[in-house]
Design a protein around this ligand. Structure first.
Ligand code: GLY
Length: 368
């Protein structure tokens, strides 16, 4: 597959490049910077050193900032550590942060870049499927606090995103499958042809050396680019074309975030979103919006990818309170993206609490 370039037209225009071996694109994306800081987890030290050496060959001063793995990186303390490194290295407004890693690393790197000197350039190099199709594209940045996930953050577009499919070669299988939850999410809300392909070829759709997965990434990123271009700050009730705007990307996330919080972020985000999609599918069916056949389609696609579709019973009060403080709520009303048929999302505001509890009962399984 040759490199594919997907332009994103948000508050700034930038390109998402998808291909194999993309580092030749990086110097152009950091052009004009005297200094670059690469924020990366320890497991990616060798890759970070490779990027550093390439940039040094271009005469750029490079600082590596090693941060904890996964969600442990998304704390105020780690962000403060990164700011102190940028300060010591003398980072100015024309310098660049590079986020190299999974979605948590790119969320943190984006947040650090967005807040240093009120905003410096960030280039994202996602190394997980979830990062490529969701976290690194679209300019949502943030950290977690005791109050909840991603409640502190800002919108800050990257200057470019490099999705090197070769990076997926060393990704643990469960992380790849968790990333597929976000791919499938795009299929449910916007591009059902993604679901068709996953159903017809579940092996090929998760084969990191084949072309199908790269094509699924391309189609998922294209949808995200279109959605973010129409509603960057997730403020529109409807986007320009009458669709529901960026909120559509939250499909499965309201319940999913509550699960992640209850599990102290030890669940993979994609696994929680998978259960969250199952929850809103059941909610939509209970409200007469989605057929049982479409609910079953959720279950079968997610199960074929080894993703969870049930959650332990007996935790409704805790999950409900958690959803109430999620940023997807507005005022005192809970909001859920639900489907009125595959590819036809809508926002359900303030649903009947009895319906919400019934949807939880539908996905509850004591063996989960
Ligand atoms: N991850 C959802 C969004 O970027 O809006």
């Amino acid at each position: 597959m040759s490199d594919v370039v997907i332009p994103v037209r948000a508050e700034r225009a930038y390109d998402v490049v998808i291909g194999r071996g993309l580092l030749s694109h990086l110097p152009g994306m950091v052009a004009g910077s005297a200094r670059v800081a690469i924020i990366h987890p320890g497991a990616l030290l060798v890759s970070a050193e490779g990027v550093r050496d390439d940039l040094r060959d271009c005469g750029i001063e490079v600082t590596l900032i090693e941060v904890p793995e996964a969600e442990d990186a998304k704390t105020a303390e780690v962000a403060a550590f990164c700011w102190s490194v940028l300060g010591t290295a003398g980072f100015t407004r024309s310098d660049t942060v590079v986020g190299l890693g999974g979605g948590a690393t790119t969320d943190l790197a984006g947040f650090v870049a967005a807040t240093w000197l009120r905003g410096i350039r960030v280039v994202q190099i996602p190394t997980t499927l979830l990062g490529m199709v969701d976290a690194a594209v679209g300019g949502k940045t943030g950290i977690n606090t005791d109050a909840g996930k991603n409640l502190v953050g800002c919108f800050w577009s990257p200057a470019g995103v490099l999705c090197d499919m070769n990076a997926l070669g060393t990704l643990p299988r469960n992380d790849l499958l968790a990333g597929m939850a976000e791919v499938v999410k795009i299929g449910f809300v916007a591009d059902p042809s993604i679901l068709d392909d996953v159903e017809q070829n579940p092996f090929g759709s998760t084969d990191v050396v084949g072309d199908l997965l790269a094509d699924l990434v391309r189609r998922a990123v294209q949808v995200k680019a279109d959605v973010v271009g129409a509603d960057f700050r997730e403020t529109s009730a409807t986007a320009g074309d009458g669709s529901i705007g960026r909120e559509v990307l939250n499909y499965g996330h309201t319940f999913g975030h509550a699960v992640e919080r209850r599990e102290r972020y030890r669940w993979r985000h994609g696994a929680a979103v998978s259960v969250g999609m199952m929850y809103v599918a059941e909610l939509a069916a209970l409200g007469g919006r989605l057929s049982e056949k479409d609910v079953d389609r959720h279950r079968s696609v997610l199960t074929s990818l080894g993703l969870p579709t049930t959650y332990a019973p007996g935790h409704w009060d805790e999950l409900y309170s958690s959803m109430a403080v999620d940023k997807k709520s507005r005022g005192s009303l809970l909001r859920f993206v639900v489907l009125q048929g595959i590819g036809h999302p809508m926002v359900l505001e303030g649903p009947d609490p009895a319906l919400l509890a019934a949807a939880y009962a539908s996905i509850s399984d004591s063996s989960a």
